[in-house]
Design a protein around this ligand. Structure first.
Ligand SMILES: [Zn+2]
Ligand SMILES: [Zn+2]
Length: 195
């Protein structure tokens, strides 16, 4: 009861509450209720907190419905959503450049490990498993061209986005560079055949 009283003090809209009750027009009634709800939301912090908590509780208890309704809302307001997202990320970048830099580094590291592990996580030539030595090798030796195409740092992301296509293998940097300087065959192979 007290809530309502305070609300009445704060907003003249509530003075028309009696009219809401007399109204026979359902749509008008609904609209007026919505306006009252909004006014209350704007003016009554206790109400707002209670409603927010109610929303949080619902989202906790219905994560799937929540995700579904979010998707629906996004699809309906896609332009607004994209613009808002841009503004949000711009502000975030401005506010926390250091954190963002670390997040990006972290993401790139994890992405690299993910992709390398997906392609076996071990050098196909010498059996090196130390992550720091491993890289993705293009079997057709068109690595340079591909890197130019998608961008040097984007190869891992490209592989992930494209569902880890065939034609790539894991090699250590030694075997990778060795191949390049030895006409496409790792020097390991030479010593293996001569021994
Ligand atoms: Zn190797
Ligand atoms: Zn090798």
């Amino acid at each position: 009861m007290r809530l309502v009283e305070r609300f009445i003090d704060l907003d003249p809209l509530v003075m028309s509450r009696s009219r809401v009750d007399r109204s026979t027009d359902k749509e008008a009634k609904r609209k007026q209720k919505e306006m009252i709800r909004r006014a209350r939301w704007a003016n009554d912090p206790v109400y707002r907190e209670r409603e927010l908590e109610r929303g949080r509780k619902w989202r906790r208890e219905h994560p799937e419905s929540h995700a579904k309704s979010q998707r629906k809302w996004r699809a309906k307001n896609i332009e607004y959503y994209r613009a808002a997202q841009q503004v949000r990320s711009r502000e975030y970048r401005k506010k926390k450049p250091e954190l963002l830099r670390r997040l990006c580094t972290n993401y790139r590291k994890r992405l690299r490990v993910l992709v390398i592990n997906h392609y076996g996580g071990i050098c196909v030539c010498c059996g090196e498993v130390e992550m720091g030595f491993l890289t993705i090798h293009h079997i057709n030796n068109d690595g340079a061209e591909h890197r130019r195409e998608v961008g040097r740092a984007a190869v891992y992301q490209w592989l992930k986005n494209n569902g880890f296509p065939e034609g790539y293998e894991v090699r250590c940097y030694n075997c990778n560079c060795g191949m390049e300087y030895n006409g496409g065959v790792c020097p390991h192979e030479n010593s293996r055949t001569t021994n």
